[in-house]
Design a protein around this ligand. Sequence first.
Ligand code: EPU
Length: 446
Amino acid sequence: MENTDVLKIKGGMPLNGEVAVYGAKNAVSKILVAALLTDKECVLRNASYVVDTELMMNILTSLGAEVEDDRTNRTIRVASRNIHGMADAKFHEVVGKSRVPILLCGPLLSRMGEAVIPALGGCVIGDRPVDFHIAALRKLGAEVEEKSDGIYFKAKKLVGCPIRLDYPSVGATEQVLLSAVFAEGATELSNAAIEPEIQDLVSVLNQMGADITLSERTYIVRGVQKLHGFNHCTIPDRLEVASWACVAAATNGNIFVRNANPLPMRAFLEKFKEVGGEFAIKDDGIGFWRGEQELRPIKIETDVYPGFATDWQQPFTVLLTQSMGESIVHETVYENRFGYTTALNQMGANIELIEECRGTLCRFNGNYFHTALIYGPTPFVAQEIEVPDLRGGFSYVIAALIAKGVTEISNVKLLKRGYENFVEKLSCLGAEIVDDLPLPPATMDL
Ligand code: EPU
């Protein structure tokens, strides 16, 4: 039987044209979680239809919420008047397929006094524990029991308190915000993450009537009794914008990314320029191309916002294989986010992984292969490769676009976690797609 999860790309063409990006993947799904905090109507605009969006809509429905999806207008309406609980078999079927459902704790505790979160899904890019989430919820007063079939949470009420995260985790920050909105008194959350997607969630929560302020990396959440609905336009996906920018520079093409916003991309744009890329910021998006024929080698260190995002490093690493000389990428957010480089080396890259930090000393020094030394430029030759995770997978697409011959990329369904209609977008930009793919079902197992 023919494998419909394989994408075949014939490399060598510069990609030119325009693509549009919509609501940030890492904001849309969390804002849908926030809709569970109220029984009033919530309207999310500028939705992007990636896997987490579909999953969250299914989870909300299985919990008893009414979900109306107006795809033509990218608008999702949620009214969770009657939340009837987690007994629905469908809830268990879909909840473990992403990492986002761990954030259901706050809304479910406030609506029902309990939450059960089965084992989580998500990309395998490190251990990805949820210990910060559990510790924070315990501090707020929840009883937590970890069982073989999931994590069980119970609380009659939550009480605000000071919480300091060991590391500015995106998910743990969102967990505290979504849980503390109804806690009695004030919660002071320090050493927290301040990613733009979290700021978007905070805007939504405050629009709903929450009382959240931020100074440096400390949020103060003053608990309220009730929240109302929201009508919100989600920020564009800065992670997808960077991916297309790297495609433009790597293929020596020119891509205008409609709806791209430069403000949350400062760290990326600086590095893009340093390597030899060019960009033009317009009111309605950003154009990207390669400024100089020969790309320069540079050093990159991933970090929490406002640093260089860990989700930008994989497409950028492929770009650096085309730079003249030695580049360094030091990954400080996830301990195991370079697995994808093995296949790039098979295609012709010269990437060496080391355990030592280069630049700032991070918590992975000497323990994990978390620094990549990239020697370029190296031509790529087509191979059969398998997508290991979302961003690693996109880097394979870029490698295929610049490789000699036809690269067969399998397991491309993983790319649909973060890139809506990416095969269509590639085709529109002039990529030579040898085989097109039907979209996988929304509730596929990831
Ligand atoms: N961490 C812990 N304990 C915890 C939580 C996190 O040790 O309880 C560690 C993680 O293992 C990791 C670091 O803290 O080493 C950062 O993890 P974080 O919690 O910030 O990540 P996340 O919330 O699970 C989100 C995005 C990721 C993105 C990271 C970092 C979503 C659904 N996912 O993950 O996005 O890489 O923040 O910005 O929002 C992607 O888009 O491809 C993706 C993986």
